[in-house]
Design a protein around this ligand. Sequence first.
Ligand SMILES: [Zn+2]
Length: 471
Amino acid sequence: MRLPALMPLRFYNTLTQQVENFTASDGVVRMYTCGPTVYDYAHIGNFRTFTFVDLLRKWLRSSGFRLDHVMNVTDVDDKIIRNAVAQDKTLADYTRIYTEAFLEDCATLRLERPERLAPATEHIGEMASAIGRLAETGHTYQTDGSVYFRISTFPGYGKLSHNDFSGNLSGARVDVDEYEKADARDFALWKAPKEGEPFWDTPIGRGRPGWHIECSVMAIQYLGDTLDIHAGGVDLIFPHHENEIAQSESLTGKPFARFWLHAEFLMVEGQKMSKSLGNYFTLRDVVARGYQPEAIRYLLASVPYRKQLNFTFDGLKSAATAIDRLRNFKLRLEGGGFAEGSNGQLATRAAQAAQAFSDGMDDDLNTAEALAAVFEYVREANSAMDAGEFRRDNVPGALAFLEYFDSVFDVLKPGARAGELADAQVEEMIAARAAAKKARDFPGADRIRQELLDQGIVLEDTKGGVRWKRK
Ligand SMILES: [Zn+2]
């Protein structure tokens, strides 16, 4: 179902602080979103942002755009190095565990894979050469083998976060040799190796990249100098996205992204859910308590992304009830038994409700408005059924509307039973096994086959590819 848009698709752009009409010149949306740091399991606050990105993808596609979306995987940083060294693992061995866990969690929440996942450690050479170019154009300085970006060389600094830094730029009298950084806001592009830490040998020296440079380099490499959309959580606006802009625009001389979209925090009892506050639940924690992944997805999606979402278990229960109401309505439609003919008024209501849903989504992904349109229609249709006024020819329109809703919200299809792997997770693991085989990592491939078998999934290698079934 594609409806004629009465109002154009529009988003709130953090850069301009305005709601703006969204277009993409050739129908392709070049989008970059900041991905996970794979040092631990992601918590549902993280997944609020990733669910927002999934809704954004699905709505852009529903609006007729094609997608070229890149998400990074930060697989080298201080915490990763600390944990890997403590566990006597290589970086690759340590981060593989949490990258796989992240992808499994995404599958559990029915989050689509971006067109490209870009691990930072596969782009170290490109990062080093970008830092080299920034050095040549005078944007950097070195201290003890580390390279810093000199903020004072980028006059636009602060334009995304709308912070005014003009008053506290560093004075010339600061001696960089005596200070680690010339200005408190300067940030590391490249970190010199410390004793016992992994490093890379590159033309700019030994070491490893700082966090910010990976996003600039991989976004430009795969999507070009100017992105259509850059998205992430509000906590990334400053300094991360501000630093991405400084690096990217100093490299290309062009605007880095046309639209900047930021999802608000997930709150727990008035505080942001975060690892450092210790008030977090991983997705696995919540699923282990018996909540359906669809209910978690629904709860995360139901509050418009620019509003803070207060997480409670009661909220999850209400989400499950809302999904049941829609599933029951669908069963009722499929059950038939309606009198012949069509109720013209209800047919009109179905069309209006679909339009209201679409208008809500076009309005900066106002999911609350879109959902209100769905439930209002379902309530009316249910009462029409109770009164014997719902007719056979109203069924296809009602089912089409539900399908339209579910092409974005994706909660109607029943998920796996508790403790059972979802189909999408099985597919992910089969893909991981194929990748391991291709890399001639046969023990790894066998391990995945065994893990699947332990979960009751039997694989069969056929000429046509891998088939699987539940025992
Ligand atoms: Zn980033």
